[in-house]
Structures are given as C-alpha cells and as structure tokens.
Design a protein around this ligand. Sequence first.
Ligand code: GFB
Length: 328
Amino acid sequence: MTSGTQDREPFEAAPLDRSSSFYVAGHRGLVGSAIWRNLEAEGFTGLIGRTSSELDLKDRDAVFAFFAETKPRYVVLAAAKVGGILANSTYPVDFLSENLRIQVNVLDAAVEHSVERLLFLGSSCIYPRMAPQPIREESLLTGYLEPTNDAYAIAKIAGILQIQAIRRQYGLPWISAMPTNLYGPGDNFSLTGSHVLPALIRRYDDAAKSGAATVVNWGTGTPRREFLHVDDMAAACLHLLENYDGPSQVNVGTGSDVTIAEIADTIAGVVGFTGTTEWDISKPDGTPQKLLDVSKLAGEGWTSRIGLEAGLRSTVKWYREHADDLRK
Ligand code: GFB
C-alpha cells in the first residue's frame, strides 16, 4: 500500500495504457456499460467486469478477494444503487446503506492494492437544493439538500470526501466526476423506479402504439433538468482519467436544460404520440432546477457532442429494439 503523500509522483496528462487491467465496477448498468463500450472502442484489452451475482460489492471480503485476484491498474467506480425520484424517496435506507457499503469496500480494496488511476462517479443531486444556477463545483456542502434524494446524495458526498481523503493520506491521484441526469441505451425503463426520460419514452411509446388519448406524467412539468447522453458521459470519464488530477469533483453535463413539460413534448413528437398530456401533481417535483456549470470540464478540454434530440431519437430506437427483454 502507498504510505503517504510524499510518495506522490507529479501527475502528467497521458493516455492510459491500453493493455493494462482495467476494472469497470457496475459494467452492466447504464453508465458502466457505456464506459465499457467506449473503452473497448478505444482499444483497451484488459477490461474486467463482474455482474452483481458474480461479485456482491456489498460483501467486503469478496471485494478484497476480487482485488487480490485481479489486481486492476485502473478502476472506474460506476456501481451504485440508482433510481428516479420516487424510488429515491421511497427507499432512502437502501440508497444510503447500499451505496456507502459499495463505495467503502471498493475504495478500501483499491487503496490496499494502490490502484494507479481511479474515477468515482456521483450525481448532480449532491449539490444544495437551492444552489445558484448553473451549479459550480464550489457549491458542494454550502446548503440543504433536496429531501427526495438526500440519502443518495449523502452517500455520494461521502464518496467524494473519501477520494479527497485518500489523495491527502495516500497521495493517490484519484478523481471524482458528477454527471447531470443521464440517459441512453441500457437504461432502466421501469415506470415506477426509473428516471424521467426512460419513463416518458416508454409511456409515450406505449400510448402511441395503443392509440391512447391521454398520457399522465408526474408532478407539475415545471422543474428544469439537464440531460446528458451516456455515451458522452463515457467519453468524458476517459478524458478526465487521462487529463485531470485534482481534489475537486468535476461536473459533467451539457450546459443547458429544459423543463419536464418541454422534454415530454419532444418525446411525444419523436414517438409519434398525438394525444394530450396531463400532470399528476400528487407526485413530487423534486428540485426546481439543477443545471451544472461545466466550465471546469471545458477548461480540461472536453465538451459534450450528442444533441438532445439526436440522443433521444437513438434511445427511442434502442428502446423499441429491446423493449421485450428490458427491466420494466
Ligand atoms: O428523473 P427523475 O426521477 O429525477 O425526475 P430527479 C425528474 C423530474 O421528472 C421530476 C418528473 O420533476 C419528476 O416529477 N417526472 C414526470 C417523472 N414524470 C415522471 C416519471 O414518469 N418518472 C419520473 N422518474 N419522473 C433524481 C434523483 O432526481 O435524479 C437521483 O432522485 C439522481 O438521486 C437522479 O440524482 C439523477 O432529477 O428529480
């Protein structure tokens, strides 16, 4: 194990070695699978992944045994219990406890084996509910969290702090990235547990097929959200691993947002739904806006490429091709 900050080599931006062992924790999830695809396309040949039935990341002994066996040189920690606003507010214990255990186990084992580069993934919900928009990285821990996802946010904030502490205590150049709301192929399209975008794709597509006159969405439709295609997120992750070294988490987003009513209209148009939309205001709106300031990431030389409408069209196409075997 690395003994302290005095061991620290100065960080130099450089391509990662394509033949080294590279563990993608959570490689079957929305984010992890996109990262895996991108790394494969970039020529990485030493990728390591384990499904949750092969390796339960909440099992500390199993995680340490896995690291001892595989000795990864690089790690992306994309494994997490995730869900939309209703799942987060209904099961806060699961979101807090499972995420804390996954993170602590993986990060402790990675320290034990002095993993050379590690990227921890969080979420834009770590920022205070009323943070000034667009949200800068400096807003972390400056105010109260949005109550519908405070348990998940606290777990992710603990992960950021653990990365910073590991940097200070062991001198390892590990980093954290905070994506905005993500979407794309491989998402969870469950109507109750998912995030808004896959839920709306499914709901409007079902309605277009059945000829239903009305679709009912949650909340008021007025909250604003920023949506980033997960393939962009995967590209940003590799870019950061190869170019960024610092204790601050880095925001990853597009820099622009839309209202939920606007994205609903766009999805209705993409799937060909011509009926009317109603809003169930007994369901929570969540935070009114969470638009990330992405100037830090732009300063590191990366900006998003996939536009929202193009990203939605390809996601709808993917959904239709996979609708029969999806998590619903
Ligand atoms: O995507 P979403 O669940 O999560 O909801 P958050 C975003 C907005 O869409 C909310 C509205 O205002 C919802 O009320 N919405 C409308 C719907 N119809 C639907 C629907 O059918 N399903 C869903 N899910 N929403 C999550 C956090 O917050 O964002 C997580 O709970 C995480 O912790 C994630 O940070 C990225 O953006 O509100």
